[in-house]
Design a protein around this ligand. Sequence first.
Ligand SMILES: NC(=O)c1ccc[n+]([C@@H]2O[C@H](COP(=O)([O-])OP(=O)(O)OC[C@H]3O[C@@H](n4cnc5c(N)ncnc54)[C@H](O)[C@@H]3O)[C@@H](O)[C@H]2O)c1
Length: 336
Amino acid sequence: MATKKDPYATTPKIDFSKPVDGSILKGESVLVTGGANGIGAGIATAIAEAGAYVTVADINPTAGEELVSGLVEKGLHVQFCHTDVTSWSSQLETFKRVLSFSPSQTIDVVIAVAGLSGTSIRHWLNGPTDANNEPTPPPTRVLDVNLTGVFYTMHLALHYFRDTGVAESSVRSKQIVFMSSLAGYLALPMSCDYQAAKFGVRGLFKSLRTRTGVLGEGKPMLRCNLIAPTFIKTQMTAMLEEPLKKIEIPMAEVADVVDGCMRLVANEETVGRAIAIAPSRDGKPGSGNFDLCDDYEGLDAGRETLNKLRDGTLGGDAVADLGVFTDAQAYTAARK
Ligand SMILES: NC(=O)c1ccc[n+]([C@@H]2O[C@H](COP(=O)([O-])OP(=O)(O)OC[C@H]3O[C@@H](n4cnc5c(N)ncnc54)[C@H](O)[C@@H]3O)[C@@H](O)[C@H]2O)c1
């Protein structure tokens, strides 16, 4: 008797020993939100170096313009679009500019990286209150950027993927890479907004990833994959470096995330996979990364994350004990 095809099946677990060939991205039209700094800047640079037409969309014009002018000087095809991902009209403008920047008038890959660090719920329990001593609403900016912003990005990506052709390259699918976090898999106590947003991004990924034909009959296939980094050394985590070092939790580097991202975007065989970014084991970028097996067989990533907590790769309970997101809240406030 023929067995029924599992409608929730994705492609097999990623083999991290295979080399990554970014050259297939030559000529592709790629948008990286949050691409001015940190992880987004690393990804935008690597994809531009592979020969793609890259749009860096970010709310920070100073960092964005500086990054882009450096890359353009090297002869790479990169533009900067000043964008606030929480604004629909701002993202719409950006998507239109991505389209016109591409020689093939296409949008092929969208990588939703823009994000903010969390706000500790402890802060809001201790105030502030209004003149009647009643609580004032907590800010929703982290949810707005980290979840609603990604929802807008996803929606616009699907629209333009459906309504435009494919680039003149060897890649034939359209793809979205979702930037969640290990906070989308493990508890980060007190960081309610950040954690909810990153679980939400994982929800967007899960709801789309098996619907490869969603763009319609005769349209390209849709590939969705997800990246879940542990602590990565960027400006977002600058305040955490010392406390993490004290309790011997190693941080990963932007290069580890870049390696993971290139592995997803440059491989047409990878559909619906979620990978964790962990510190490299041997100094080689990406050597600590692993497939989360975020599916039924992998108990929704539970088996892999438990193994990595037990072997110390992900820091275990020490991360919870650190109270890091109280500090992160102070950091967020200080940046405003
Ligand atoms: N650094 C980590 O440890 C870590 C771990 C897991 C996940 N992440 C995620 O990776 C992503 C990048 O983080 P990072 O560490 O590179 O941080 P970062 O602060 O270096 O970069 C974030 C970028 O997003 C931009 N941004 C913020 N709000 C925006 C908005 N409204 N519109 C457009 N752009 C906006 C910022 O200007 C910045 O360039 C985030 O989504 C973050 O949650 C980071």
